[in-house]
Design a protein. Structure first.
Length: 478
């Protein structure tokens, strides 16, 4: 039966979402109460309200999202294809996926359409299941059929990893930062004592000291005594934790999953020698990396461009790329990757096909820019609320913003509000307030405003994210 024949009054079909399944049509529709899934007849695993004309009107639930993944395989997360760069589209609001899919048109990059960390889940009141379901329905709404991944980001416990597996995720980012030691805070004797206390200290000496490694693209690399001691003490615990998490995931997923190690949220940059040590130790333990996110030099702050010396970054990036290639060809992760426009050309040139850029907060900021244009009073309330909570919300992020740098928003005319989203201190203040905003009545108002202006939001998202992707040179002319 044709879907339009069972379409309830006051509902409209998203044309790109229309799909045919074994004599049944289904699509995302919009009407009283918001978006729902409409089917022309019953489908196994899809639950909802039976209509008198034979159709079914179904909620965008976690259960229905799982069933859609079985019915339409392209709506089930999969691994990143070999040789392709990956781009993470974090969606803290839950409405951004159609705009993300729009940004992907004509781009040669594998998208991670469901990407959220445990920290983000806590702040938004979401679960891994919620995030994946929203991505599934958003991809269906947009008619996207190119395949996508689901990244359980910054996992700090094996229990969180198990939950992500149960939710249907395909990509797991291990965050061992709690196990990384700040070696710069240790004296020489403390470092030596810490190294001797490692259970495999003698094996490490035998494996690394006196050995010179030829790394194509980098040259000769050797870990002398001091370098080995610092690398082993700094990252030894992190390596052990990563191995434990990988083995947990492998016992549940088999060989079909992506595993990333992220050490980007640590005190000091990851040197090439430290990267080589970590990568070699993981390889020795049978860990297959999809990507590794080192702590790069400079400041990788949220929502703004990178701060630092580009020549230094170029040199370090080339070294990390050479090591990643030598140890299996895994990708380099650029976390807090939103709006790092000065770095994208370097990633494209120095690590072609070997990068995984993650963004999240920038899609929330685009939502606020849209609100500033079409609902200035709401934007003012969100800005004031974010500023009120800024002191505590910034605690888990590295930011350079000082509240003294923030403009007097109440004194700015409505037409000047969107320009605030180009002001770095204001962007950061708004960025870190996403959790308290989205879990308040203001969050409901923002969702309602964006829902009533979907095309405007998705077009703005597409323009902004396409600027990221074109700078990374993955377009048809890249």
């Amino acid at each position: 039966m044709e879907l339009k024949k069972v379409l309830p009054p006051d509902f409209a079909i998203y044309p790109r979402s229309l799909q045919h399944v074994e004599g049944t049509e289904l699509a995302i529709v919009y009407g009283p109460g918001g978006r729902q899934l409409l089917t022309s007849s019953t489908l196994e695993g899809i639950h909802g309200q039976r209509l008198a004309n034979g159709g079914m009107l179904c909620p965008l639930s976690i259960e229905n999202a799982r069933s859609l993944g079985r019915i339409l395989p392209w709506l089930s997360p999969c691994c990143v294809p070999e040789g392709m760069p990956a781009f993470g589209f974090g969606d803290r609001i839950g409405l951004a996926t159609p705009g993300h899919a729009q940004a992907l048109e004509g781009m040669c990059v594998f998208p991670i359409l469901a990407q959220q960390s445990v920290r983000e889940n806590r702040r938004t009141g979401s679960t891994f299941e919620d995030v994946l379901a929203r991505a599934v329905f958003g991809a269906l709404q947009a008619g996207y059929r190119g395949g996508f991944g689901a990244d359980a980001d910054h996992l700090k416990s094996t229990e969180d990893a198990r939950q992500a597996v149960g939710a249907g995720y395909s990509f797991f980012t291990c965050d061992p930062s709690d196990h990384v030691v700040d070696v710069d805070a240790l004296t020489t004797s403390q470092l030596a004592m810490s190294f001797r206390s490692l259970p495999d200290a003698e094996r490490l000496r035998t494996d690394y000291l006196g050995t010179v490694h030829e790394v194509p693209g980098l040259g000769r690399l050797a870990l002398v005594e001091d370098t080995l001691v610092r690398a082993a003490v700094k990252y030894g615990g992190a390596v052990g934790f990563a191995i434990q998490m990988y083995e947990t995931l492998a016992s549940m997923c088999g060989a079909s999953f992506d595993f990333e190690l992220s050490v980007d949220e640590t005190q000091s940059p990851t040197s090439p020698e430290e990267h080589f040590f970590v990568g070699t130790e993981l390889q020795r333990a049978g860990v297959k990396l999809s990507s590794l996110a080192p702590r790069f030099p400079g400041a990788m702050e949220k929502g703004i461009d990178w701060i630092g010396d580009l020549l230094t970054f170029r040199e370090v990036l080339a070294a990390h790329t050479a090591i990643a290639k030598a140890l299996g060809g895994y990708r380099l992760g650029l976390h807090s990757g939103s709006d790092k426009f000065s770095l994208y050309p370097l990633m494209a040139d120095k690590a072609p096909g070997l990068w995984h850029v993650k963004t999240a907060g920038t899609s929330y900021l685009v939502a606020l820019e849209v609100a500033a244009r079409i609902a200035p009073s709401l934007f003012r309330e969100i800005a004031a609320f974010s500023l009120l909570h800024f002191p505590e919300e910034r605690d888990t992020y590295h930011l350079s913003t000082d509240v003294k740098q923030l403009p007097d928003i109440p004194s700015i005319a409505d037409e000047g509000l969107p320009v605030l989203l180009s002001h770095d201190p204001t962007r950061q203040m708004l960025h870190v307030g996403y959790g308290v905003v989205l879990q308040s009545a203001l969050g409901d108002d923002l969702l309602a405003t964006l829902g009533a202006n979907e095309r405007t939001y998705h077009d703005a998202l597409s323009r902004h994210l396409r600027s990221h992707l074109t700078s990374l040179k993955v377009g048809s002319d890249g």
